[in-house]
Design a protein around this ligand. Structure first.
Ligand code: 8IG
Length: 281
């Protein structure tokens, strides 16, 4: 008689499990379901970016997250719990578009947070575009303004790297890819992104702290993913959509509705940016 154990709630929980092996398993499922042996560029769509996926190119396959090892449904309203294989123009190349990400504040651990990045590398991707919705510290950035990430402050006090993995983070956010983005949209500014743990937004005092530390943008994602992406050799473009002014910078309180509205308003500019950039990478 055979007994089948229920699947572990979190496949990353066992410290002896190999996250890169799980990423390779996920990549194999994506290859099978998408009909593409390899993908070329990955995109992670953060808050406010969901509507841009259709502008990137024709969707050739949609795969629910829960069908792919190590992935799970979206935890945030307005995020799509699926990944898509998208044609990049008529180049024959494919983009792997993640409609959502796992946030550190979900408590699934850092391995789960960076599983998408590692899976993207395992599918053959050479570059990744990490997008997010965030709070802006500069008053001139009205809600709905996309900003290129030039560098980051990882304020999570953790890392996706385990063991003596000394990775250089100079030029983590590729100057080459930022230049391509500015060719497409010359009005783009750049800034330093600070990742807080969340899920609460910052206090006004924490926003002032971040400002004094050199931050221009505050959010709850991206830096851990960027570190993992560098580790597996991906070239990285980071783009933040300022969906709200950070706490205390504007006199009004923060709401998730505001975030979704800013995304709607900026969808055309952001979608065109991603589509053009992906075509030129
Ligand atoms: I959308 O103001 C979004 N995400 N930490 N602060 C932080 N994360 C965010 C914010 C914000 N807006």
């Amino acid at each position: 008689m055979t007994t089948t154990l229920p699947p572990a709630a979190n496949p990353f929980d066992d410290p002896a499990s190999d996250p890169l092996a799980l990423a390779a398993e996920a990549a194999a499922v994506i290859a099978e379901r998408s009909g593409a042996a390899t993908h070329d560029i990955a995109l992670v769509l953060g808050s406010g970016w969901g509507q841009t996926a259709d502008l990137v190119g024709q969707t050739l396959a949609t795969i629910p997250n829960e069908d792919v090892p190590g992935f799970h449904r979206a935890a945030v309203a307005g995020h799509s719990g699926a990944m898509r294989s998208v044609a990049i123009g008529d180049t024959g190349r494919r983009a792997l578009v993640f409609g959502t990400r796992t946030h550190f504040y979900e408590g699934r651990g850092v391995r789960a947070v960076v599983h998408g990045v590692r899976t993207a590398a395992a599918t053959g991707c050479r570059a990744i575009v990490l997008t997010n919705g965030c709070g802006g510290l500069r008053e001139e950035w009205a809600p709905g303004t996309p900003v290129l990430i030039r560098d980051h402050l990882n304020l999570t006090a953790t890392s996706p790297l385990e063991g003596a993995t000394f990775v250089d983070l100079t030029d983590l956010y590729s100057a080459r890819l930022r230049a391509i983005a500015k060719e497409v949209d010359p009005g783009l500014d750049e800034g330093v992104y600070a990742q807080f743990r969340g899920p609460q937004y910052e206090t006004p005092a924490e926003v002032q702290m971040a400002k004094r530390l050199g931050a221009d943008l505050v959010g709850m994602s991206t830096t851990l993913e960027a570190i993992a992406a560098r580790h597996v050799g991906l070239e990285i473009l980071g783009v933040s959509l300022v969906t709200n002014l950070a706490a205390g910078i504007s006199p009004t309180a923060l709401s998730h509705e505001e975030v979704l509205e800013a995304g709607q308003a900026a969808a055309a500019r952001c979608g065109r940016l991603l589509a053009e950039v992906v075509g030129r990478i």
